[in-house]
Every structure is written in C-alpha cells, then in structure tokens.
Ligand binder design. Structure first.
Ligand code: ASC
Length: 149
C-alpha cells in the first residue's frame, strides 16, 4: 500500500471508526451512556420539577441545569456501538435493528433540549413549561420504543 493511502485510511478510521472503538470494553460504553443519561435526567428533572411546581422556581438554577442537560444530551449516542447490547442495560435489541429510527429520536430529543435551554435562558416560566413538555415527550417516545420497562 502506498504510504499516502495508509495515512488516509488511518485518519478515516480515527475519525469514523466503530463508535465503540473509543471504549476499552463494551461494559465501559454501557456505563458511559448510562452515566450521561443519568446526569442529563438529573438536570432535566430539576427543570421539569420547577415547571411542574414541585421545586421552587429559580431562574438561574433552571438556566444552568437546562444548559447542562442540553450539553450532556449529545453524549450517550457514541456509546451505543455494535456489541454493546448486552450486560447491565435496559437498551432493547431493536436499537441495533432500527438504527435510523433510534437516531431520529435521539436527534429530536437533542433539538428539544436546545429549545429548552433557550427557553430557560429567557427565564419565562410558561416557555419553560412548554419546552419541558416537548422535551419530556421526546424522552418518552424513545423509551417506549427502545427501552425495556
Ligand atoms: C425524566 C425522565 C424521563 C423523562 C420522561 C418524560 O425526568 O427520567 O425518562 O423525564 O419521564 O416523559
């Protein structure tokens, strides 16, 4: 193989190689995505609690929490690589059979998180409530299809 071609291949594998290649073990990928989803849920749940009147509304805390949830919403997806369907996970095998649908739901949720974070920055509780409902709906759509009870 020509050296230039090997370099191109190495770069391609580094950039687009199997998603699980960045994890030493499938077990680590499962732990990583569950950790990210947990951090996201804790932050989203705080904002949702304020929107639902269960937690006193604090605009700064809501904006900070929504911003963290938005950022963290980008993280779980690289950890759903091939071979990570086993172990301590509620992920359904359908994720790896209906990948386009799974990706679509994941992207929809991220888009809703962006809107939620924007709403939280305005400090307007009605906008936050609407965005919380839309975001929560996008969590549920994916869970109904792809998460074991
Ligand atoms: C949460 C959480 C979810 C979603 C979902 C919304 O806080 O843990 O899975 O919101 O319940 O319907």
């Amino acid at each position: 193989m020509k050296p230039i071609l090997s370099l191109v291949l190495i770069a391609a594998v580094a950039a687009y190689g199997p998603a699980h290649a960045q994890f030493a073990k499938a077990e680590d990928a499962v732990k990583y995505r569950k950790s990210a989803l947990f951090v996201m849920q804790q932050n989203f749940g705080r904002v949702a609690g304020m929107a639902g009147g269960k937690i006193p509304f604090d605009a700064k805390v809501a904006a900070d929490s929504a911003a963290v949830a938005e950022y963290v919403s980008r993280l779980p997806w690289t950890a759903f690589g091939e071979g990570t369907d086993k172990g301590d996970t509620r992920a359904k095998p359908e994720i790896w059979k209906e990948r386009a649908k799974f990706d679509e739901y994941a992207e929809k949720m991220q888009a809703e998180m962006v809107k939620l974070s924007a709403a939280a920055k305005t400090g307007n509780l009605d906008s936050i409530k609407a965005a919380v409902n839309a975001t929560g709906g996008s969590c549920k759509t994916c869970h109904d299809a792809f998460r074991k009870e």
